[in-house]
Design a protein around this ligand. Structure first.
Ligand code: CFM
Length: 543
C-alpha cells in the first residue's frame, strides 16, 4: 500500500539553523548536521567537543562511568570522590531498577555515597577523607566490593585514588578499585563508558572460573534496566531456557561479572557504551559478540533468532520459535488497536548513544515516521556503521582515554567459534562483531544531527511540528511548552518497561495516548505569537 506523508525540506531547515550562528560555529555545526541517504551514509562529525556557549544535551565523563555503567550494580558501594552535587545528581533513585534475589541480599542502589569534598580538601588534598569514607562505608555495610569515582577536582588537585584503592583493598580484604573518570576527561559521557569498561576488565571480570549451569550461556552487554527493561528480557531468556551469566549492568551483581568470562556469547545491546568490553572479552577469553536490539517486538524476535542461529542448535531454535509464537499475538492485538491512530504520525529522537536508533523500530511498528534523529555523544560508527572505524581520526581528546593492550588469558582463553563461521554469519546479516549503525535504517531525506543544540531543537520543532519528540528531562518542558509532547527515553517518565514483547505493548499504548492527546494543541506559550508556521514544502514521498 502506498501512503503519502508530508515532508520537510531538510536543506532549507539546515540553512535556517546555520544562518543564525557566527560563521566559525556554523562551519563546525554544518559537519554535524547531515541529510540522510541510507544507501550511502554520509560522514557525520561526532565525538568532538561541544562548542562553548552552545546548550548541549550532553553529560560528563563521570556520569558515563559512575552513573551509567557501574551504577546499576546493586551489591557494590560506589563512592563519589568529589563535591556533594556530583554524587547527588548521579543518585540513581528510580531510573535503574534491580531485584535482589533474597530479601536480605545487598542492595545499595538507593544510597548515595560521597566524600562531600570541601574547600579545605581541595586545598590540602582529599585522600585522607576518601580513606575514612571507605572505612566508614565498609563498617556500616560490609559490601563485597567498593569502587571510587573521581570527579573534576580530584584530577585537578591530583588525589591518587588508585593508590588509596590498593591500600584499602589490602586493609579491608575486599575488592576495592578506582576510576579516573573526572568529568572533563573526555568530550562527553562516552569517555566514561570506556574508562568503566577498562576497569571492569582489569578488576572484576575473570575472577571466578566456576560457570553457572546451563546449555546456552550468554552475557547481555549494554542493557541497564531502565524502567525494568532487563526484567522483561530476563523473562524471555528464562522462558526459552537461555542462561544469562551476567548483564553489564542492568539488574546485576559483582559475582555475576566475576564469572562473565564463562559465557559462550556476548550480546551487545548498547554498542556505544559497551563495545570496548565486548572486544576485550573476545580477545582475552575468546567469546564472540553479536549486536542485538530488544526494543521493538520484531527486533526482539530477530535478536532471539540470532542467538538460535549462533548456537547452531535445533532444540534451542525450536524453543525460540515457540516463545515468539506465544508472545506475538498479544502484541499484534495491541498494535491493531492503536495503529489507525498512530499511523503516519511524525517522531523525532535525540537521545544518548543508542536509543535514538533502537526506538525507531517501535515507531516503525506504530506506522510512525522518524523525520529527524541524533545521538548526544555517539561516535561515527554508531551512525555510519563500524566499517568507518579505521578512518576515524584520533585526536587529543581520544588519546586521553587509555586503550588497554589485551592479550589472550592463557588459563581462560577458549575460542568459542571459528572465524569462518562467524564471518559467514556476519555476511548473512547477523551483525557478528559488527554494527551497521543508525543511518542505514533511516529514510532518505531525514535529518541526522549529532550533539544537537537547544537552538537547533527549537528550529526543528517549529519547522516540522512533530507529533512526539523523544529526549530527556532537560528538554522536556521546553518542548512541551512548544505544544509537542515529549517522551523521555532516558527514564521513561513513569512508564515502561519498553523492551521485549510486553514492553512493546506498553510503548504502543503510551505513544498512542501522547500523540492523540489534544491538550498539547491548546498550549500557548508567550513566544507563540512570533512562531513560524509549520510548513511542508518538499515533494511528498511514497513509501
Ligand atoms: Fe547506551 Fe544507555 Fe544510551 Fe548510554 Fe546514557 Fe542511558 Fe541513553 Mo541516558 S548507556 S548510550 S550514556 S543506552 S544514560 S542507559 S538513556 S543517554 S541512549
Amino acid at each position: 500500500m502506498k501512503e503519502e506523508y508530508p515532508k520537510t525540506d531538510p536543506l532549507v531547515l539546515k540553512e535556517l539553523i546555520l544562518k543564525k550562528y557566527p560563521s566559525k560555529v556554523a562551519k563546525k555545526r554544518d559537519k554535524a548536521i547531515v541529510v540522510n541517504d541510507p544507501e550511502i551514509p554520509k560522514q557525520i562529525q561526532a565525538n568532538v567537543r561541544t562548542i562553548p556557549g552552545i546548550i548541549t544535551q550532553r553529560g560528563c565523563t563521570y556520569a558515563g562511568c559512575k552513573g551509567v555503567v557501574l551504577g546499576p550494580t546493586r551489591d557494590i558501594v560506589n563512592i563519589t570522590h568529589g563535591p556533594v552535587g556530583c554524587g547527588f545528581y548521579s543518585w540513581l533513585t528510580r531510573r535503574n531498577q534491580t531485584k535482589p534475589e533474597k530479601p536480605d541480599d545487598h542492595n545499595f542502589m538507593t544510597y548515595c555515597f560521597t566524600t562531600d569534598m570541601q574547600d579545605s580538601d581541595i586545598v590540602f588534598g582529599g585522600m585522607d577523607k576518601l580513606r575514612k569514607a571507605i572505612r566508614e562505608a565498609y563498617e556500616l555495610f560490609h559490601p563485597i566490593s567498593i569502587a571510587i569515582f573521581s570527579t573534576c577536582p580530584v584530577g585537578l588537585i591530583g588525589d591518587d585514588v588508585h593508590s588509596i584503592a590498593r591500600e584499602m583493598k589490602e586493609e579491608l580484604g575486599i575488592n576495592v578499585f578506582a576510576f579516573s573518570c573526572e568529568g572533563y576527561r573526555g568530550v562527553s559521557q562516552s569517555a566514561g563508558h570506556h574508562i568503566a569498561n577498562n576497569g571492569l576488565l582489569l578488576n572484576v571480570i575473570g575472577r571466578n572460573d566456576t560457570p553457572p549451569a546451563g546449555k546456552w550461556k550468554i552475557n547481555l552487554l549494554g542493557e541497564y534496566n531502565i524502567g525494568g527493561d532487563a526484567f522483561e528480557i530476563e523473562r524471555l531468556f528464562n522462558k526459552i531456557g537461555i542462561t544469562l551469566v551476567a548483564t553489564l549492568s542492568g539488574n546485576s551483581t559483582i559475582p555475576s561479572f566475576e564469572h562473565a568470562h564463562t559465557a559462550d556469547l556476548n550480546l551487545v545491546m548498547c554498542h556505544r557504551s559497551i563495545n570496548y568490553a565486548a572486544e576485550m572479552m573476545e580477545k582475552k577469553f575468546g567469546i564472540p559478540w553479536i549486536k542485538v536490539n530488544f526494543i521493538g517486538a520484531e527486533s526482539t524476535a530477530k535478536s532471539l533468532r540470532k542467538i538460535g542461529v549462533y548456537f547452531e542448535d535445533a532444540e534451542l531454535q525450536k524453543r525460540i520459535e515457540e516463545v515468539i509464537a506465544e508472545e506475538m499475538p498479544p502484541v499484534k492485538n495491541a498494535l491493531k488497536e492503536v495503529y489507525p491512530r498512530t499511523k503516519g504520525k511524525l517522531a523525532m529522537l535525540f537521545v544518548g548513544g543508542s536509543r535514538a536508533h533502537h526506538y525507531q523500530e517501535l515507531f516503525k511498528e506504530l506506522g510512525m515516521r522518524t523525520i529527524a534523529a541524533g545521538y548526544e555523544f555517539a561516535h561515527r560508527d554508531d551512525y555510519e556503521g563500524r566499517f568507518v572505524l579505521p578512518t576515524i581520526q584520533i585526536d587529543a581528546d581520544n588519546r586521553n582515554i587509555e586503550e588497554l593492550e589485551i592479550e589472550p588469558d592463557p588459563a581462560r582463553y577458549r575460542k568459542r567459534k571459528d572465524d569462518n563461521t562467524l564471518d559467514e554469519l556476519n555476511k548473512a546479516g547477523y551483525e557478528v562483531r559488527d554494527y551497521y549503525g543508525m543511518m542505514k535504517d533511516m529514510e532518505k531525506g531525514t535529518l541526522v544531527i549529532d550533539d544537537i543544540s537547544h537552538w537547533e531543537t527549537e528550529k526543528l520543532i517549529e519547522y516540522c511540528k512533530p507529533d512526539v519528540f523523544c529526549a530527556g528531562i532537560k528538554e522536556k518542558y521546553i518542548v512541551q511548552k512548544m505544544g509537542v509532547p515529549l517522551k523521555q527515553l532516558h527514564s521513561y517518565d513513569y512508564g515502561g518497561p519498553y523492551a521485549g514483547f510486553k514492553g512493546a505493548i506498553n510503548f504502543y499504548r503510551d505513544i498512542d495516548s501522547m500523540v492523540n492527546a489534544t491538550v498539547w494543541k491548546l498550549l500557548k506559550a508567550p513566544w507563540d505569537v512570533q512562531k513560524v508556521e509549520a510548513h511542508y514544502v518538499l515533494e511528498p514521498i511514497t513509501i
